[in-house]
Design a protein. Structure first.
Length: 218
């Protein structure tokens, strides 16, 4: 769990609504940053990993839906809650399919807003913790030598020490030593742990040059 508090980003071109939402959220104990346009948000410093975005749909310049697309392209994990006075069903379906946490109509009650924010922050916290664990695993994988990476890749495929030794043209005793090092460096207690780690890395990324690409394809 992180000690850094989450930040709620409110993006709306209506100054009275924006300020009112900001006051409500701050009174409820949240850290809030206000933006009068989606462009201002994109031009600002990269948002903290924990938090959420309260986003108007229709704004001059970059619309809320367009911002949602750009955030996805940038790999942002911040949950988005849409707030709109001009929404329709196709718009809400598009936003939801693109991963929006909620799609709410203005005016909105305090209880409904705070409930949506609470759910968005829970999602952000869960995803943030998952990313922290994944990054820690990636860091462990980078400690493997090239030969240990090869052994790791063959072990998770169910190969026996004798088979790995034959494939890598070395002795079974050497493979046992490499296998021990892999288990120790990755803090694994069993082959099942190694398989689980590999599956998590594969699910997270398949970009060329990543740790799992190196592990999976010796």
């Amino acid at each position: 769990m992180t000690s850094v508090p989450p930040v709620i980003h409110v993006i709306d071109d209506d100054p009275s609504f924006r300020m009112a939402i900001g006051r409500l959220l701050r009174a409820s104990g949240y850290l809030v940053v206000l933006y009068d346009s989606a462009t201002k948000f994109m031009e600002g410093p990269e948002a903290a990993a924990r938090g959420c975005i309260l986003l108007d749909v229709q704004m001059p310049g970059l619309s809320g839906l367009e911002l949602q697309d750009r955030l996805a392209d940038r790999g942002s994990g911040l949950p988005v809650v849409f707030l709109t006075g001009h929404g329709d069903i196709p718009m809400s379906v598009r936003a939801t399919k693109a991963g929006a946490e909620d799609f709410l109509s203005k005016p909105i009650s305090k209880a409904t807003l705070l409930d949506a924010v609470h759910r968005a922050l829970l999602r952000s916290e869960a995803e943030g913790d998952q990313n922290d664990r994944l990054n820690a695993l990636r860091a462990l994988v980078t400690t493997l030598t090239a030969r240990e990476s090869q052994v790791f890749a063959l072990v998770i495929r169910g190969k026996l020490n004798k088979q790995i030794a034959f494939e890598l043209h070395t002795s079974e005793r050497t493979i046992k030593a490499h296998r021990h090092n892999v288990m120790h460096k990755l803090q694994a207690r069993s082959v099942a742990d190694l398989v689980s780690m590999a599956e998590r890395l594969i699910a997270a990324t398949a970009h060329p040059g990543s740790e799992i690409t190196r592990v999976s394809h010796p």
